[in-house]
Design a protein around this ligand. Structure first.
Ligand SMILES: Cc1cc2nc3c(=O)[nH]c(=O)nc-3n(C[C@H](O)[C@H](O)[C@H](O)COP(=O)(O)O)c2cc1C
Ligand code: SF4
Length: 431
């Protein structure tokens, strides 16, 4: 998958050049200048954090939590070990941007994590990388070696008294390992299951020590913020939605891929960049932020801009920035059946409402999709969802409910059609 447009992370990266990921190429693009600026000028930790706050950077992993604010929660004066952890688990269906960051521009992430380590007083960091992308993992390891040999990682970085090292770790191949506390459990070598919160990772994280976890794209945005200033990053986007953002577009478009564009860009422009609708078909629906984000009708999306506030006002989420485009031929019942199966499969099983509820959601949607729906099934879906959302240890249960609520709200007629006409499924115009 190629990256088509350059923003602050892919600024000057020629993804077609085989060595674009190497340290030399990164240095030529102004790489590690942000780190040098901090170390040469002995910029205080709180000033680095303040700059990240000023940038308006919001976490790119899904929730959009302000990154600078998260960094300020780290108890910097805690005397023992503290960690920064990067989440490159990227298991959300539709999302494939973090892989491209470590394949084409790994040093942006490494530099961002070193700066985070400096700002929060950490001596070690880990990058938890999705278990199935072996080549990307190996390439990231090679980039770490390059940085170590150049004195950018390890003891006394660039001859200063600041030391920090960074290690890659294979993910264990489950979607739930992307949830931050499940990730920490997995990193510790245990079964990847979410922890009860509180305590939050800032006070009880990896090995019980203060830990800050951010998404790959969040860390990779930091070098630009420190080098060129938080204000410039903020201005690249719109107020409260600072910077550029990577959008992974998949589905019925002519040029699926990753596009790094300013937050606040109209969805219509993004769709056009992706080559427009495939085969000239009509746009029916869009999931704007990864499979957990509520689906929106195409005509609603065409009026929106791609930023946290605009998408949330319309009743969905920008999430991880995975934009799944569906054309007029898509059966929304079948699409939801596929999503429901995913969440049922991926529930870790700790909480009864999630373990049982995801199964019930799938079972009911499956029977509707197969022409065996019953009167009252839509109400049953609503009731099951109400007994799941907000009642579990982690947000996977909510992530399973949001698609069900939004599909049955915006495309209710298709569900009703199948429940009423049952076996007429084969003649049904959407299948
Ligand atoms: C089920 C589940 C899966 C998640 N998967 C990911 C993931 O693959 N990558 C990611 O960055 N965040 C994922 N998250 C969000 C993380 O828990 C966490 O909020 C995020 O890594 C924080 O980084 P940020 O503040 O930079 O966004 C997931 C959350 C849940 C509930
Ligand atoms: S909500 Fe689901 S995935 Fe999350 S901890 Fe509970 S059972 Fe596991």
């Amino acid at each position: 998958m190629a990256v088509f447009v350059n923003g602050v992370i892919f600024e000057g990266v020629d993804t077609a050049a085989p060595d674009c990921w190497r340290l030399e190429a990164y240095m030529a693009r102004g790489g590690y200048q942000a780190l040098k600026k901090i170390l040469d000028n002995k910029i205080p930790q709180e000033d680095v954090i303040a700059e990240v706050k000023n940038s308006g950077l919001r976490g790119r992993g899904g929730a959009g939590f302000p990154t600078g604010l998260k960094w300020s929660f780290m108890p910097r004066s805690f005397p023992g070990d503290k960690y920064v952890v990067c989440n490159t688990d990227e298991g959300e269906p539709g999302t494939f941007k973090d892989r491209d960051i470590i394949v084409y521009n790994p040093h942006a992430l490494i530099e961002g994590m070193i700066i985070a380590g400096y700002a929060m007083g950490c001596k070690a960091g880990y990058n938890y990388i999705h278990g199935e992308i072996f080549e990307a993992y190996e390439l990231f390891e090679e980039a770490l070696d390059e940085a170590r040999k150049a004195g950018l990682l390890g003891q006394n970085i660039l001859g200063t008294d600041f030391s920090f090292d960074l290690f890659a770790h294979h993910g264990y191949g489950a979607y739930i390992c992307g949830e931050e506390t499940a990730l920490l459990e997995s990193l510790e070598g245990k079964k990847g299951q979410p922890r009860f919160k509180p305590p939050f990772p800032a006070s009880f994280g990896l090995y019980g020590k203060p830990t800050t976890i951010n998404n790959t794209e969040s860390f990779a945005s930091v070098p630009f913020i420190i080098r060129d200033g938080g204000q410039k990053f903020l201005e690249a986007g719109k107020p409260n939605n600072g910077g550029t953002k990577l959008f992974s577009i998949s589905g019925h478009v002519n040029r699926p891929g990753n596009y790094e564009i300013p937050l606040g860009t109209p969805f219509a422009t993004l769709l056009e960049m992706a080559g427009g609708m495939k085969d000239g078909k009509k746009l029916k629906a869009v999931i704007p932020g990864g499979s957990s984000a509520p689906v929106l009708p195409g005509e609603v999306m065409m009026e929106l801009t791609m930023d946290y506030d605009s998408i949330s006002k319309a009743g969905s989420m920008l999430g991880s920035g995975a934009v799944i485009v569906m054309n007029e031929d898509v059966c929304m019942v079948k699409a939801l059946e596929r999503l429901a199966y995913f969440y049922h499969e991926e529930s870790c099983g700790q909480c009864t409402p999630c373990r049982e509820g995801t199964g019930w959601l799938y079972k009911v949607i499956h029977r509707i999709a197969n022409g065996e729906g019953r009167d009252g099934d839509l109400e049953l879906l609503e009731s099951v969802g109400n007994n799941m959302a907000g009642r579990t240890i982690c947000a996977l249960a909510d992530a399973a409910v949001f698609p069900v609520r939004s599909f049955t709200k915006h495309f209710r007629n298709e569900f009703e059609h199948l429940i009423t006409h049952k076996k007429a499924l084969v003649d049904h115009k959407w299948c």
